[in-house]
Design a protein around this ligand. Structure first.
Ligand SMILES: Nc1nc2c(c(=O)[nH]1)N[C@H]1C(S)=C(S)[C@@H](COP(=O)(O)O)O[C@H]1N2
Ligand SMILES: [Mo]
Length: 173
């Protein structure tokens, strides 16, 4: 009898530990205090608002940042863009899907293959030349590639993935 009880206790502890660890990991994302600029839904394990992860600008700026200078088809001259790499953001959220839909404020949609993402390209840019981008200048969030650095970034597919006024990501199977 005592043996059985010990076995059950061990079983309960064994079951509880991973649950506790998962709960802690899921609680890791702070709540937005400013205006929400990006909502991530779908197959993510880190959330702060029901099944979604909502970010204000401050939360995005707190993630590892990447900057590069490039021209774009849609701006004049060379500009420095700063943001969080899409791959880094997805990793922070513990995604399990393989496709990501990126939606703009006007419901424009572009699809990304997670396996094709480079560690630092593209970025979800939140600043151009160190300044926030207003909506009329493709902001506040714009998926940007270093177009000048390689032919591979000067293709119609990459252009179509250069979603400006990004406001939602949805992680799919
Ligand atoms: N928010 C948003 N981003 C967008 C688009 C759009 O319509 N809305 N068009 C995409 C496509 S298909 C391309 S080729 C490029 C260039 O769009 P343009 O032809 O309007 O310059 O921006 C991409 N990013
Ligand atoms: Mo396009």
């Amino acid at each position: 009898m005592r043996k059985l009880r010990r076995a059950i206790s061990a079983l309960i502890v064994g079951l509880m530990l991973p649950l506790t660890t998962a709960a802690l990991a899921e609680g890791a994302l702070v709540e937005p205090t400013g205006r929400v600029v990006l909502t991530v839904s779908g197959k993510i394990s880190v959330t702060n608002s029901g099944d979604t992860a909502r970010f204000d600008m401050e939360m995005l700026r707190a993630l590892p940042a990447q900057s590069f200078s490039t021209t774009t088809l849609w701006t004049e001259g060379v500009h420095e863009f700063t943001g969080v790499p899409l791959a880094v953001l997805l990793q922070e959220l513990g995604i399990s899907g393989s496709t990501v839909d990126a939606w703009a404020i006007n419901d424009y949609l572009a699809e990304f293959d997670v396996s094709e993402l480079e560690p630092n390209v593209p970025i979800i840019a939140y600043a151009m030349d160190g300044q926030p981008m207003p909506r009329r200048d493709k902001g506040p969030l714009w998926i940007v590639y270093p177009y000048d650095s390689s032919d591979h970034y000067r293709t119609e597919v990459v252009y179509s993935r250069s979603v400006w006024q990004l406001d939602r990501l949805d992680v799919l199977e």
